[in-house]
Design a protein around this ligand. Structure first.
Ligand SMILES: NC(=O)c1ccc[n+]([C@@H]2O[C@H](COP(=O)([O-])OP(=O)(O)OC[C@H]3O[C@@H](n4cnc5c(N)ncnc54)[C@H](O)[C@@H]3O)[C@@H](O)[C@H]2O)c1
Length: 335
C-alpha cells in the first residue's frame, strides 16, 4: 500500500485525492493546500490527515510519495523538496511555464534514482494506448503521420487564461507529449500558426491564441499535426489518428454510452461527448495512479518522466517562437 499525500486541493487535486483514496494499492496519506479551507474539505471527505505546511508533508514518515497538484509555479519547488526528502513524485503538467526554471530544477535534482513522474494523463487513455499498441504491433505498417485533434468544450475563465502561460504551454503541452509518445522518434522541428477567433480581445490582451495548428517533424520525416481550439460548440473533442503504410488506426471521442438513434429527421444521433477532462479521461487518471504505484512499489521505471516534461516544454516554446516569427523552428534552437 503506497501512502500518497496530495499537495494542492483545487480542481484536479480534489479528483486525484479521490482516486488515490479509492485505489486498491494506494492510501491517501494526507492533503495540503495554502488555502486551508480547500485542504480541510478534501481531507475531511476522505478521513485523511490535513497538513498545515508543505514542509510537514515532506518531513512525515507516514508519507511514501507525493502528488503535486498545486498551481504550476509551485511544481519545481515541490519536486526539489521531494527529492531532498527522498519522496517519489507524481507532478501535474507542466513542469513550469519557464524553461529556465525547468533547467534549474533539472540541475538541482541531478540524476536522482527516485521516481519523478509527469501527469501527462493522455498516455494512459485506453483508446490512445490501444492505438499505439496496434502501431507497435505493425498493424498499420510504417508510421507516417499522427493527427491529434484536441478542442476544449468552452473557453476557460479570463483569470485562468491570463496566468496560463499561453495555449501551447498550458493546453497543447498534453498533445505535444502525446505526439512524442506516438511518433516514437524525437521531434526536430516545429511549425505553428495561431489565430484569435474565439475571444480576440482576451487573446490580444494576453498575447495568446485560442485556435492553433502545430506541425511537428521527426528526423526520420514522420509528421504530427496537432489541431487545438479553446472552444468547440459540440463538446470536448479528443481524437488521435495514426496513419501508416498499411492502414490507419483511430482513437475516437468518448460518450456516456454508445447508443445511436435513427429517426425520421436524422440518423446516427449519439449522446453528447463526455464534457471535460475529468470525465473523458477518468480511466486514464486512474491508470496513471496505478502506474505511479508500480514505480514506487516495484522500482519499475516511470512511464513518463521529468525528461518528457522538459521535452514537451521545449516543443511548446518552439511552437510560440514559430508563430511569433512566422517560420519553422528547429528544436535545437530552443534546447
Ligand atoms: N492533467 C490534466 O489534465 C490537468 C488538468 C487541469 C489542471 N492541471 C494542472 O494541475 C495544476 C492545478 O490545476 P487546477 O486546475 O487544479 O488549479 P486550481 O487553481 O483549481 O487549484 C490549484 C490549487 O493549488 C493551491 N496552491 C497554490 N499554491 C500552493 C502551494 N504553494 N502549496 C499548496 N497548494 C497551493 C491553490 O490554493 C489551489 O487550491 C496546474 O499545474 C494545471 O496545469 C492538469
Amino acid at each position: 500500500m503506497t501512502r500518497i499525500a496530495v499537495l494542492g486541493c483545487g480542481r484536479i487535486g480534489v479528483m486525484h485525492a479521490a482516486n488515490i483514496a479509492a485505489h486498491p494499492r494506494a492510501r491517501l496519506a494526507g492533503v495540503y493546500d495554502v488555502a486551508a479551507a480547500a485542504a480541510e474539505t478534501v481531507g475531511t471527505a476522505h478521513g485523511a490527515r490535513i497538513f498545515r505546511s508543505a514542509a510537514e508533508v515532506f518531513a512525515s514518515a507516514d508519507v511514501d510519495a507525493v502528488l503535486i497538484a498545486s498551481a504550476t509555479a509551485t511544481h519545481c519547488d515541490y519536486i526539489e523538496a521531494a527529492v531532498e526528502a527522498g519522496k517519489p513524485v507524481l507532478c501535474e503538467k507542466p513542469l513550469d511555464l519557464s524553461l529556465e526554471r525547468v533547467e534549474l530544477c533539472r540541475r538541482r535534482i541531478g540524476d536522482t534514482a527516485l521516481p519523478i513522474m509527469l501527469g501527462f494523463v493522455r498516455r494512459f487513455d485506453p483508446g490512445h494506448r490501444a492505438a499505439r499498441q496496434a502501431c507497435l504491433d505493425g498493424e498499420i505498417g510504417d508510421l507516417h503521420q499522427v493527427v491529434i485533434t484536441s478542442r476544449d468544450p468552452a473557453m476557460s475563465p479570463d483569470a485562468y487564461i491570463e496566468v496560463s502561460g499561453g495555449i501551447f504551454r498550458d493546453m497543447t503541452i498534453h498533445d505535444l507529449d502525446l505526439a512524442r509518445f506516438m511518433l516514437g522518434e524525437e521531434v526536430v522541428s516545429v511549425s505553428a500558426t495561431g489565430s484569435r477567433l474565439v475571444d480576440p480581445a482576451l487573446m490580444e490582451r494576453c498575447g495568446d491564441y485560442d485556435t492553433t495548428v502545430a506541425v511537428l517533424t521527426t528526423a526520420g520525416g514522420r509528421q504530427a499535426v496537432i489541431v487545438n481550439s479553446r472552444a468547440a460548440a459540440y463538446g470536448y473533442d479528443q481524437r488521435v489518428e495514426l496513419f501508416g503504410s498499411k492502414g490507419m488506426v483511430l482513437s475516437g471521442n468518448r460518450r456516456r454510452n454508445e447508443v445511436t438513434k435513427h429517426v425520421g429527421s436524422a440518423t446516427n444521433v449519439s449522446t453528447p461527448l463526455l464534457h471535460f477532462f475529468i470525465e473523458r479521461y477518468a480511466a486514464a487518471f486512474d491508470a496513471e495512479i496505478g502506474s505511479f504505484v508500480d514505480a514506487v512499489e516495484n522500482g519499475a521505471p516511470v512511464e513518463v518522466g521529468f525528461e518528457d516534461g522538459r521535452a514537451a516544454s521545449i516543443l511548446a516554446d518552439a511552437a510560440f517562437k514559430s508563430v511569433d516569427e512566422g517560420r519553422t523552428v528547429r528544436v535545437s534552437e530552443i534546447a
